[in-house]
Design a protein around this ligand. Structure first.
Ligand SMILES: C[S@@+](CC[C@H](N)C(=O)[O-])C[C@H]1O[C@@H](n2cnc3c(N)ncnc32)[C@H](O)[C@@H]1O
Length: 284
């Protein structure tokens, strides 16, 4: 069923969206997504972007929409105490199994727009997923306001988005999805107009894609100061043999250095798959 973006929609539409999201994530693809190729670039780059603004002191960090918990496990390994939340019970079960015996990771099923965490419960928030699964602006702002509510004043909020042009650049140009999904060639123009990623088949990825300036504007609308906005992969996402290259240590360094060097070039911000905006709850 197509997702619509009309702001006047009822709760039933939100249920349809969540049904589509579950149909995709129940396939279990998230567990290994960050292990190779484009996922590995995303993982390495996201970690370095987060470390730039994460408090040094080993404090409490919320990982909202944390998937199977790759970032939660990484942060706990660095000494942070992690509050992990995700809408998909499979992901919470996977992290529960992976973190068995640890007392520094707390995980639960929870909606990013209605968090079960107290005001100022944590010193930093990762919101690396929910924003690109919420097609309505009001829901995205609600998720951002929830992140702002739970972080201490002055604390960072790291917000990931999918680039508005990822459907064409990655889906059509690089992955050639049109070979088994010809309708994507008509769909892609609509995605670029509306941002909305509708389900093209049962179990397809659904959600929302941002323009870079729009992402920054949404953080500000949620009363977060924008301290940085970078492309995660940038044009490296367009390298056709990226999976092979990421198996070689020198090629890997060249790819990561290119992503780093181009991360703030305004003309190239939307050229990769993901953006990360770093927001900060104002100190007063
Ligand atoms: C592509 S995964 C990203 C997982 C991980 N944060 C990462 O960056 O690899 C997106 C995650 O966001 C979660 N998610 C989407 N909408 C959500 C919401 N409203 N509340 C909580 N989690 C949500 C999904 O269940 C999924 O685990």
């Amino acid at each position: 069923m197509p997702l619509r973006v009309d702001e006047s929609e009822s709760d039933v539409d939100r249920e349809d969206e969540q049904q589509a999201l579950h149909e995709y994530y129940v396939l279990g693809l998230e567990q290994s997504r960050l292990d190779s190729g484009p996922g590995l670039v995303e993982f390495e780059r996201t970690k370095e972007i987060v470390l730039r603004h994460l408090p040094d002191a080993r404090c409490d960090v919320a990982d909202i929409g944390g998937g199977p918990g790759r970032y939660a496990l990484w942060l706990a390994g660095l000494g942070y105490a992690v509050r992990h939340r995700d809408l998909v019970s499979l992901h919470v079960e996977q992290l529960t199994a992976a973190s068995a015996g640890r007392d520094d990771i707390d995980t639960a099923v929870c909606d990013a727009t209605r968090l079960d965490l107290d005001d100022q419960a944590v010193d930093a928030v990762l919101l690396l997923g929910p924003l690109y699964h919420l097609p309505r602006r009001r829901d995205r702002l609600q998720a951002l306001r929830e992140a702002r509510r739970i972080v201490t004043p002055g604390g960072p909020v790291f917000v990931a988005a999918i680039s508005r042009w990822a459907a064409r650049l990655n889906g059509v140009l690089v992955e050639q999805l049109y070979r088994h999904l010809p309708e994507i060639l008509d769909e892609v123009e609509r995605v670029e107009r509306s941002g909305e990623l509708r389900p093209l088949f049962p179990g397809s990825f659904t959600g929302y894609s941002h323009r870079p300036r729009q992402l920054a504007a949404e953080l500000r609308a949620a009363e977060l100061d924008v301290v940085d906005l970078v492309a995660v992969e940038g044009p490296t996402a367009l390298v056709p043999d990226l999976t092979e290259r990421m198996k070689d240590p020198i090629d890997t360094q060249v790819v990561l250095e290119a992503a780093r060097a181009l991360e703030r070039v305004p003309e190239l911000l939307g050229a990769g798959s993901h953006l990360i905006a770093t927001g900060r709850r104002p100190a007063h």
